[in-house]
Design a protein around this ligand. Structure first.
Ligand SMILES: [Ca+2]
Length: 531
């Protein structure tokens, strides 16, 4: 009995000693982790590749907007970015004047009341259409169209306010000018030299050319007081191109002009065909002088209705985009086109809604519109503390088809039109294994990568892989995009990571394609303090 207890005690002591030795060994081992070992462990983990699981759409959706925007039952939306940094939208919106909507970010809009209401004895009695507002010398000038009581014809009026919200006052108590014909859709452009021009549409209601009712666009110099015109109006454009003759043989339109200047070139944007129909579209013409001659782009129209991709429905998916204006993003870096579409695509008509999409100029001076979109688009730049780091990256690719370039991935143009396919990155006969890479000189804090497909089905990618800084993998990047959401992209959101490079590798191309392509890559980075 005593002997057995002795054996048990010795065994217990031996076990305790062994346990102590084991603990000492473990502690010693832990204490001996050197910098060298740390580096080795990192190398090992890089070799293993760290697979990142993307976060859900719910985590990222607040950084996107989708058309249409909440300015409804309107037409001809005009956006003013005023000197207070806020956005004001005026539109065809009431029977006796104009409503105004207010926004801090160009995306979220609040109705802010009537900006202008006709007075009881006003010359302007009805048809209050297409207002525009110019901020000049601390005042706000509204130019609008309305039917005049005396002539029963359409005329352009001017109203002034100290606030962009109104109330605007019809200070002239008469039309701005009268050339004896119906005139609508006034738009003011102030040139670099301070000269002012007013563009308008000579309305087809009274303008009959060879038996055809036609709306023509004119320009005239506006005096420095903003409330009178000088000189004679100049005819700038009339319906000529095939796309401008889609409303039949009796009625044709060039209307809704608005001018932008880029370098020394004047770009006049306008709409053609009947506003109530799906044929309503936007084109542009260029000139070296504000009053022409203007030459129409061969790529017109640059914004038009969109049909259902499978063509099974007779009504369009997006109907009648047009009568545009422009607005800069909050940080002034991106230009947006503002336009209306029919609220009910199968009905068309006067009930329209506001949309915005990015618009840009290619190196050759031609214009592209990233629209009309129905899919989530990244918020205008300068919002949410994020920016597109891809714009600062060095871009390379495994191969590039002659006539294309890798830099097209960061030129701002997305795959919305056939014309855009000339500006895709396209592999040179590669499919699986083709890659593109974005690299930075120093680290960027990134959390979202957005891949935009080519407009061309012949370059379609089904699946790929993202490699961030060689070590981090995002697998199964699938291009299962909704064809009924024009502008749809692959949006990959993940926990914030510091990175010096992002690589996209094609794992699976669509059956039968001979080459693959992408129109654009966004890499969303957190705006650093010094930026
Ligand atoms: Ca592009």
């Amino acid at each position: 009995m005593v002997r057995n207890m002795k054996v048990a005690l010795i065994t217990l002591i031996i076990l305790i000693i062994l346990a102590i030795i084991a603990i000492i060994v473990i502690i010693n081992d832990a204490a001996s982790i050197s910098e060298e070992n740390v580096n080795k462990m990192i190398e090992d983990s890089v070799e293993r590749k760290n697979e990142i699981t993307p976060l859900s759409w719910e985590n990222i959706k607040k950084r996107f907007y989708s058309n249409p925007l909440p300015v409804n039952n309107i037409g001809d939306p005009f956006v003013l970015k005023a000197s207070d940094g806020k956005y004001y939208c005026y539109a065809t919106s009431a029977s006796d004047g104009y409503k105004v909507w207010l926004s801090d970010d160009l995306v979220n809009w609040q109705y802010a009341g009537m900006a202008f209401r006709r007075e009881a004895d006003s010359w302007a009695v009805s048809d209050f259409w297409a207002p525009e507002v110019v901020e000049y010398n601390g005042k706000y000038y509204m130019f609008f169209s309305a039917r005049e009581e005396n002539t029963k014809s359409l005329r352009i009026g001017a109203a002034v306010s100290d606030s962009p919200l109104g109330p605007f006052e019809d200070v002239l108590k008469r039309p701005l000018f009268d050339f004896g014909y119906a005139a609508i859709d006034a738009s003011v452009f102030i040139d670099d030299d301070g000269k002012k021009y007013l563009y308008y549409s000579r309305d087809c209601s009274e303008n009959i050319v060879n038996g055809v009712h036609e709306s023509h666009i004119y320009g005239i110099e506006l005096a420095d007081d903003m409330l009178s015109v000088t000189g004679q109006p100049v005819l700038l454009t009339q319906p000529e191109q095939r796309w401008e003759k889609m409303s039949g043989d009796a009625w044709r339109w060039n209307e809704g002009p608005i001018v932008l200047k880029r370098g020394s070139i004047y770009y006049m944007f306008y709409s053609a065909n009947c506003y109530a129909d799906a044929t309503y579209s936007v084109g542009y013409a260029t000139s070296e002088s504000p009053l022409g001659p203007f030459k129409k782009s061969e790529q017109n129209p640059i914004l038009k209705s969109k049909l259902y991709p499978d063509m099974t429905k007779s009504e369009p998916l997006i109907s009648g985009p047009g009568h545009n204006s422009f607005a800069l993003s909050p940080d002034g870096k991106e230009l947006f086109i503002v336009y209306h579409t029919h609220t009910n695509p199968s009905l068309g008509g006067g009930n329209r809604q506001m949309n915005i999409d990015r618009i840009g100029f290619r190196d050759d001076g031609t214009v592209y519109v990233n629209g009309p979109s129905l899919s989530p688009q990244i918020l205008p730049s300068g919002l949410g503390g994020f920016y597109n780091a891809a714009l600062e990256a060095k871009v390379s690719a495994s191969s590039v088809k002659p006539g294309h370039k890798a830099e097209s991935l960061v030129d701002g143009e997305l795959g919305f039109t056939k014309a855009s396919t000339d500006y895709d990155w396209v592999s040179n006969g590669e499919t699986e294994g083709a890659w593109v890479c974005l690299e930075w000189d120093d680290e960027r804090l990134i959390d979202t990568i957005v891949l935009f497909p080519s407009f061309s089905d012949d370059r379609r990618i089904d699946e790929g892989q993202l490699i961030i800084d060689d070590g981090n993998l995002i697998n199964n990047v699938k291009f299962d995009l909704d064809a009924e959401k024009p502008g749809a992209s692959v949006i990959i959101h993940f926990p914030e990571i510091k990175a010096k490079s992002v690589k996209f590798v094609v794992k699976k191309a669509s059956e039968g394609v001979q080459e693959v392509g992408l129109s654009e890559i966004y890499v969303m980075g957190k705006t650093l303090d010094e930026k």
